[in-house]
Design a protein around this ligand. Sequence first.
Ligand code: JB3
Length: 220
Amino acid sequence: MTTPLDLIVLCAGGHARVVIDILRRGGSAVTALVDADTHLHGEAVDGVPIIGGDDKVLARDPASLMLINALGNAAAQVGSSGLARRRALFDTFKAKGYRFAQVVSSDAVVSPTAVLAEGCQIITGAIVHPGCTVGANTIINTGAQLDHDVRVGAHCHVAPAAVLCGAVTVDDECHIGAGAVIVQGIHIGRGAVVGAGAVVIQDVLAGATVVGNPARIRPT
Ligand code: JB3
């Protein structure tokens, strides 16, 4: 995780504090944060300065720094719109030639056979077992478990303590709620939302929101 390049975190909210902490414990120092909220400019997050908005990054040569996307998905309880914003931020900077660093906690367990894509974040206590793939810009949050051969697409949020049993497949831009359980072999379609604590025993169609035990579609 150590890099000689400047490490700049996009967004200065709660998730930023988590990634700064993980990076510090891994020996990497975050140079600065940028945030859309002008009231935060000049402030600091756990000692790291908020130097302005995204224009501060765009003024820099993409080759001189690595980015970390710390926009989580506070809106995901009611749909995947929070993840669409997270994706847009990633895509905007990628299109301009910027690169995103991975954040892998030293307190996560990640199999050497797992394949992690650009900018994905494996947070404290998460477990990623053999044969798993984690897509670009995806967060595997605190204590979440991906058992063998799980495939999670790009721009997803697997929230704290979610359990994905063997060979589960999650397509892009899905939110898997805190403490949800997805039994083995299930397919979660693109943009779906699995509510916190849901127990998923059937495939979930793209764009659907499912809640409860056993998980059922929540009407929109
Ligand atoms: O569930 C857990 C464990 N964590 C949640 C995380 C995954 O998502 C957490 O509880 C929150 O629900 C959410 O964390 P996040 O995104 O840090 O939320 P919040 O504390 O609301 O901070 C978002 C920050 O992003 C705010 O300061 C916004 O001003 C800023 N922001 C929004 N859009 C932006 C942009 N900053 C930049 N630089 N660019 C933007 O486009």
